[in-house]
Design a protein around this ligand. Structure first.
Ligand code: ATP
Length: 534
């Protein structure tokens, strides 16, 4: 322990007072209260007269030094023992201490942080990446947010939350790749709610311009993100506005003008609103791009970049389960000093979902589907059936009801927002066991009870496939995806077979023998394609 007034005297023995005339305070109660601006003991909060020689923390007495060292030792032991933090008991004392700028306030050494990341399979790239947290209470969140997390059943952060929340709270730009259903939404909402609430608590101005914005590709996803934001922000100075097509724009503008902290929007409708109405975005300090790979694709990219450029000073948080090197490159060109966090198996179908691939010619697909629905063994409602077109969704849902008697609804982009909401409500509450959807439900939407998806038409890319399969599992629960495939999907065969093999899934003979699939070598590299019949 070092005395502040005599820093060179590192006293470890209570009887050795070094050069200091006053004895080192033995008990914490012997120490006086700290005056404003004075250092405080990290254990009891009294005057931090000494500096602990082993941790560099402010400390008031021998008694608190002992308590501090015991706590540090316990923290180190926990770090070494962590094998699956998601299963830690809720009351497990956490050992992470936020680095508040004072040297030595972080208890974990670099080696321990690395060990912890390895154990929970977190990979990071970037400079000075903050250490992961093991509990929400390590982040200095508003008290009410902690209560809201607990009420929502979020006792312990998931791996993606462990690493992303401290990065975002340190105001860093972050790109995050994590499995479907792994809790990415709260990974951005926790820091967003916290930052907005603190800013409002500090500044009581009547003019409440929006402080944060989340952009997502579909209305359904926006609705869901806003719902979760409301749950987490309950009781805090944190209001939200939903800006999506299909709802009246005037109502959306009115809500923003009355004062909100967060806007959750699809890019098209937001630009529409911004060009017609006077909405000031100069106080936005966080922009989230959910499903960032989709948001930076042609179709959304120009709109997203237009919005991004209008918010020149904001922090950027970007998330998806499928992040390619190209997306990583694009993201890092948008912001400086970005951190890249990845957990789980990047761009691969969630391992909790069993992939059952059936080779079936297009004309037989319907019949096959009806057989599944009629089989007690294979049909496990609620089920989402993914198809390629809007018309296909309408026709197939009707055909299912006619052929099997099951109530089935369709959801796609041409339907009115009110109808889409109502269909989803009926599906999620169990009134309707089957929903036939285009890609609008494929990404991001948390279909809580769904454990079976049927991919009737293969999507255009493996990325979309990964997201659609992901609807069958949340938080590692087991699910099944039944996938219909035939020669028409040949463009995806090579990647598809590779994915199936690495997941240990059975590959149908026709798929395995197709010359489109055969051009794979075992290491995953590409051979020159063999000619048909060779
Ligand atoms: N820390 C937590 N503890 C318990 N449940 C959680 C926690 N974080 C998130 N969840 C729940 O896990 C489920 C999946 O979360 P979420 O929808 O955010 O996943 P995601 O990673 O965004 O998935 P996708 O890529 O499919 O959008 C949700 O039902 C959410 O409420």
């Amino acid at each position: 322990m070092e005395n502040r007034s005599l820093a060179a005297a590192a006293i470890t023995d209570p009887n050795d007072y070094g050069d200091e005339e006053c004895p080192v305070k033995e008990k914490c109660q012997d120490q006086r209260e700290a005056l404003p601006g004075e250092p405080r003991c990290v254990i009891c909060g009294r005057y931090g007269e000494y500096i602990c020689d082993e941790t560099d923390d402010d400390i008031c007495s021998i008694e608190c030094k002992k308590a501090l060292l015991a706590k540090t030792a316990k923290a180190q032991k926990q770090a070494e023992n962590v094998s699956d933090p998601v299963k830690l008991p809720a009351n497990d004392e956490c050992f992470y201490v936020r680095d508040d700028g004072r040297s030595g306030s972080q208890y974990l050494t670099d080696n321990q942080i690395e060990t912890l990341r390895n154990k929970i399979e977190i990979h990071v790239k970037g400079d000075s990446v903050p250490a992961p947290i093991l509990c929400f209470s390590s982040c200095n969140l508003p008290q009410k947010l902690e209560v809201n997390l607990e009420s929502a059943g979020y006792e312990i952060p998931t791996p993606v939350q462990m690493q992303t929340i401290p990065c975002a709270m340190a105001n860093r730009n972050v790109l995050v790749s994590a499995d479907t259903g792994s809790g990415k939404t709260a990974a951005f909402l926790v820091p967003v709610v916290s930052r907005c609430a603190y800013l409002r608590m500090q500044n009581h101005s009547d003019q409440k311009k929006p402080l944060a914005m989340v952009l997502a590709p579909t209305r359904e996803l926006c609705v869901q993100v806003e719902d979760e934001a409301k749950v987490l922000g309950k009781g805090l100075p944190f209001k939200t506005a939903l800006v999506v097509g299909g709802d009246a724009i005037a109502g959306q503008v009115y809500r923003i003008q009355r004062g909100v902290e967060l806007i959750v929007a699809t890019p098209g409708r937001l630009i529409d609103l911004l060009t017609k109405y006077d909405v000031e975005l100069d106080e936005i300090c966080v922009l989230v791009l959910d499903e960032v790979d989709c948001m930076l694709q042609r179709g959304f990219r120009d709109q997203v970049m237009q919005i991004f450029r209008a918010l020149s000073h904001s922090q950027l948080l970007m998330f998806s389960a499928t992040i390619s090197q190209e997306v990583e490159k694009m993201a890092s060109s948008m912001v400086k000093n970005m951190i890249y966090v990845s957990t789980g198996k990047p761009s691969k179908p969630n391992v909790s979902v069993k992939q059952v691939v059936i080779w079936v010619e297009s004309k037989q697909k319907k019949q096959k589907l009806f057989e599944i629905f009629k089989s007690k063994q294979h049909f496990t409602p609620p089920v989402v059936v993914f198809v390629a077109s809007r018309l296909g969704a309408d026709l197939l849902s009707e055909a299912i009801t006619n052929a099997t008697g099951l109530k089935a609804l369709s959801i796609h982009g041409e339907k009115k927002m009110k109808e889409r909401r109502e269909s989803l409500r009926q599906f999620l509450t169990g009134e309707v066991p089957v929903v036939v959807s285009t890609g609008v439900l494929g990404r991001g939407v948390d279909l809580l009870k769904v454990r079976q998806v049927i991919i009737f038409d293969m999507p255009n890319s493996m990325q979309e496939y990964v997201h659609q399969v992901g609807r069958a599992s949340r938080m590692g629960e087991k699910g099944t995806s039944i996938v219909f495939v035939n020669g028409e999907d040949h463009k995806l065969f090579r990647e598809f077979v590779q994915n199936l093999k690495s997941a240990g899934a059975a590959v149908p003979r026709e798929l395995a023998n197709s010359h489109y699939s055969l051009s794979i070598n075992p290491a995953g590299g590409r051979h020159k394609r063999r000619k048909h019949g060779s």
